[in-house]
Structure formats: structure tokens, C-alpha cells
Design a protein. Structure first.
Length: 75
């Protein structure tokens, strides 16, 4: 039970990090990790956001090569 709950929270954290990566890519805004104190906390925050970037890149690569998605022209 505890392991299942931990896994659920971990997956939710990765989803949130991936959404933040998408926001950064589409708008240019990102969380300011310089506000986090120096040391381990900032390193964890940067690693957490980096995981979202990696997942976002994997999803984007899959979508670009998929026949089920097509590029829309922006107006």
C-alpha cells in the first residue's frame, strides 16, 4: 500500500515537471531556481526540472515521428 502511494506521487511529480517543461518551451517562462538556497536543495530542483525536460523531449520526438499527429500552421 505504501509503495503504491509512493509510486503514484512519483509519477505525479514527473507529470508536473513535464508540464513545467512544456510551459518553458511554449512561453519562455521557467521556475527561478536561483531563489532556492545553494546546495542540495537547488541541485534537487534542477535535477527535478531536468527530468521533466527529458520526458518532454521524448514525448515530442515520439509525436513528431507519429502518423497520428500533424503540424498546424500558426496564425
Amino acid at each position: 500500500m505504501v509503495l503504491g502511494r509512493f509510486f503514484h506521487y512519483a509519477v505525479d511529480a514527473v507529470f508536473l515537471s513535464t508540464v513545467l517543461a512544456g510551459v518553458r518551451r511554449s512561453s519562455g517562462f521557467r521556475p527561478d531556481t536561483t531563489q532556492v538556497p545553494e546546495g542540495t536543495a537547488r541541485s534537487v530542483a534542477d535535477t527535478y526540472l531536468g527530468i521533466g525536460e527529458t520526458i518532454f523531449d521524448m514525448i515530442q520526438g515520439t509525436v513528431v515521428n507519429s502518423e497520428y499527429f500533424k503540424r498546424e500552421s500558426r496564425r
